[in-house]
Design a protein around this ligand. Structure first.
Ligand code: BG6
Length: 513
């Protein structure tokens, strides 16, 4: 019987107040089959900050069978005890009140092996160790530089670790362009079948992103109005306050386009724009996302200056006080962008003529990820001027912080004094409505891998279609030799980003309260 904070199979039901209405939730968290989660890059940022705490939380919810093992792999000469110490600190950093007994029970599942993907030493012993639990589902999580994916897969294949119920998880970005992504996918495919390959994009595991599916396809209310006839434009913003810090080495080869737009933001765009899938079956959903990616209007070199803006932060201020510029953090000059804004278009019947404004950046004034769907104005106003201006309806899906949904409506300002109009949100904060802490995206996604459910993972053809759209923009930027536009840390990016949307008569959404 695993350690269970609550009886296995249930979360406690919560009841909360939502603007006077009581909402009750009782999500179920069923235990998954025993598994081995092998984290290559086990001492890396992602493993420490996200993967180990994610596993602890699922363990605390009673979802992880005690026959499971979590095995960190890196080149460093650590052992089980020293890696458990690292894991303990990682958990305590996010959950400082983790009960000691539970934490110890979790740490007992943790192991460490020192391996180098480019050398043979230690691999046979590792294969033997994995073989000790032949019935466990095997998840090989490649949280390393993509340049190591192929070596690691070949080693796994050589030692027959790809057999049976083995799965490989590839962290984004897959390659740096279509050609390199193809090569990685081809090489991985020599060892792992597509059905065993899980390309993770953690944005798809975020609560609000999945809620978009529930909202769009679980309500009769939205879908009939979800098209060019009724929607004026869509904005997708992923803003971060952090700089690149110690990730500068990786980031400088990548930039905001490869790090955020090609994957996270295009996946969000797919969830907004896709046709209703016939079911939640993995390929039903992924087929529809693929159609959106293939319908993105290409942005060629001639259109790139009008439709895209790239920026790089200079010294300025953030929540931490004054902060250095990107090049100072990096230690040398660089042409890499830390901000991108793009006007994208989808060439199909549903979306023709509806601009999708995409924006992401580091060192922006707030950490904020949201999707804003703005509806067209009413065709004719029956109100006189004294009533005030008629605002457009807006549906705001907030991914973080404070996940939730707001639908902005026009109502009559209460009270006497003539009919005055007011724009107010129907506001649902998930935290307020359902209480408790929402699980991190990785918690859900890793367990989906164990369950063998790839619905929320990117299929090979999706990754390729995303690169096919991104590559010409990246090439145009490189060929133009233009340096990214500077912006001061703590501002909303270069002024050209404001101009990009204002040229069309719109503004970036600022109404967050
Ligand atoms: C990662 C990017 O995929 O997503 C990072 O590599 C970025 O640069 C991060 O900071 C953002 O994720 P989240 O969940 O914090 O919004």
């Amino acid at each position: 019987m695993p350690y269970a904070a609550h009886p296995v199979g249930t979360h406690p039901s919560t009841t909360a107040s939502l603007g006077g209405i009581h909402v009750s939730s009782s999500a179920s968290s069923l235990q998954v089959e025993a598994f081995d989660l092998v984290i290559f890059g086990g001492t890396g940022d992602l493993a420490i900050r996200k993967l180990l705490p994610a596993m602890y939380h699922r363990f605390a919810e009673g979802q992880i069978d005690r026959a499971s093992r979590i095995i960190g792999i890196a080149r460093a000469e650590l052992n089980d005890a020293s890696y458990r110490k690292i894991a303990r600190e990682a958990v305590l950093k996010v959950d400082k009140n983790a009960p000691e007994q539970r934490l110890e029970a979790f740490l007992a599942l943790i192991h460490y092996r020192s391996l180098d993907g480019r050398k043979d030493a230690g691999w046979s012993e590792f294969a033997k160790f994995i073989g000790e639990k032949p019935d466990n589902v095997r998840v090989f999580y490649l949280s390393t530089s993509p340049s190591l994916f192929v070596d690691l897969c070949q080693k796994l294949g050589k030692h027959k670790l790809n057999e049976g119920r083995a799965r490989v998880v590839l962290e984004k970005p897959i390659g740096t362009d279509l050609g390199s992504a193809d090569k990685i996918n081809d090489d991985v495919a020599q060892v792992f079948d597509e059905s065993q390959t899980y390309r993770i994009d953690h944005y798809l595991g975020k609560e609000t992103v999945q809620n978009l599916l529930a909202l769009r396809f679980g309500n009769a209310l939205f879908e009939p109005l979800w098209n060019a006839e009724h929607i004026e434009h869509v904005q997708i913003t992923v803003a971060e306050t952090v700089g690149v810090g110690h990730r500068a080495g990786y980031y400088d080869d990548s930039g905001a386009m490869r790090d955020m737009i090609q994957n996270h933001i295009l996946q969000l765009l797919c969830m907004v724009a896709m046709e209703p899938p016939s079911s939640m079956a993995p390929d039903a959903v992924r087929d529809e996302k693929l159609k959106v990616l293939r319908s993105l209007k290409p942005i060629n070199a001639a259109r790139t200056p009008q439709l895209t803006v790239r920026g790089q932060y200079r010294a300025g201020a953030s929540e931490e006080g004054s902060v250095p510029g990107y090049e100072e953090e990096l230690g040398h000059p660089s042409n890499t962008e830390t901000f991108v804004a793009i006007k994208a278009e989808i060439a199909n019947w549903r979306w023709a003529g509806v601009p999708f404004y995409l924006r992401t950046g580091k060192r922006l004034p707030e950490r904020l990820s949201e999707i804003v769907v703005t509806y067209k104005s009413v065709p004719h106003s029956i109100f006189d001027q004294d009533a005030g201006a008629l605002a457009q309806n807006r549906l705001v899906l907030r991914l973080q912080p404070d996940e939730g949904v707001k639908l902005w409506l026009t109502i009559k300002n209460p009270g006497p004094g003539g009919l005055k109009l007011r724009h107010v949100p129907l506001d649902m904060s998930f935290l307020e409505a359902f209480g408790g802490q929402l699980p991190d995206a990785y918690e859900r996604l890793i367990l989906d891998v164990v369950r063998g459910n790839p619905t929320l993972f990117m299929r090979r053809d999706e990754v390729e279609a995303a690169w096919r759209w991104a590559d010409p923009i990246l090439d145009a930027w490189t060929d133009s030799n233009e340096v990214p536009r500077p912006y001061t840390a703590g501002t909303w990016g270069p002024s050209a980003s404001v101009a990009l949307i204002e040229r069309d008569g719109y503004t970036w959404n600022e109404e967050n309260d």
